[in-house]
Design a protein around this ligand. Sequence first.
Ligand SMILES: [Zn+2]
Ligand SMILES: [Zn+2]
Length: 410
Amino acid sequence: MTYVADLHLHSSYAMATSKELNFENLARWAGIKGIDLLASADFTHPMWFDETKARLHETGDGLLKLRDSPDSSVRFVLGTEVNCNGQQGGRNRRVHMLVFAPSLDVAERINASCSRHGILTGDGRPTLHLTPRELLELLLEIDERNFVIPAHVWTPWFGIYGSKSGFDSLEECFGDLADRVYAIETGLSSDPAMNWGVSELNDRSIVSFSDAHSLPKMGRELTVFDGEPSYDGLLRSLKNQGIAYTVEFFPEEGKYHNSGHRKCGVSLTPAEVGEVGDRCPVCARLMTHGVAYRMAALTSREVKTWTDEDGFTRGEPARPPFKSLVGLQQIIAESLGRGVNTKGVMDRYLDIVGEFGGELATLLEAPPSDLTRTAGQRIAEGIGRVRRGDVSIEPGYDGKFGRVSVWPDE
Ligand SMILES: [Zn+2]
Ligand SMILES: [Zn+2]
């Protein structure tokens, strides 16, 4: 059985997030997007945790559902993100970790322990003065079924493989507990194929989630799990790469794909860095090394990849495939020549996804003739281009998002 999951989300209590991120809206937008399982987000925050207990009820399989909407089929798993800030190997490390718990009672105990290592009442994504290994040890002592997923592993500042404060391997980071880490999150700046060359990831799951800070961004990356939709089923899928496929950004679109220096407008590929070195060719300061550069440093083998007839990228030896997509709101905005956040685009978006049973089904499965009839020639053509990967991309660098265009010449 497959189910669609977005397990990296935030509440309105996390820094720089939308006020509209409450449970009712999360569930409503899960329906619009076509997502079955969401992270409950930010359970370390006392006020959001109170809301979690008031709004959700446990369904006996380690997951939760909305209390007041018996018709809603959306399920939640208790999941949060923390910033581990600790000394290891003589350096200060800052690494974001997704944390999951099998019950409200266990989450409560995690919160009590974590409150001794950091302030939980501020940011919904709290800073804990623990290394990732210390965090994992603390979690496993509370309950063996707790697990972590290192978040957006390649981002320079907060990724476990990041160039600024990360590690060279999960082994280096977690030591004797490394085999209790079953999965990593690619983040927006990398896709699974880029990770397939890292040998310690061979027998680990590579998952993708949205890290959305507002409702429309939910599901912009997601994972379709193959297995039983329960807490234990999810954990089993992560252990065994029980993944049907993931949906990805085009990795160049992420904020840290290339190396570079934003102030000077300098953006370089790994090969170009090889020629000019680590310093910005304009101002001579150290550049921020992006995901592509860092990944080239940690990749140990060539991976053969190809695109199958359905537009999924596959690799050898076999791994769960993935598909790179552009959000439907962006396709509509470009098709109509309107801003992505305008009411006209949103109205059109809701009409179209309502017709096809959610955004994911619209982008992946809707037949072209039906799309043309419902969405019009131009939007249907835009979706067709995205399905074929026929888009143009300007890579992101040093905190600046990349740009994907469906109609680059217009
Ligand atoms: Zn993060
Ligand atoms: Zn510069």
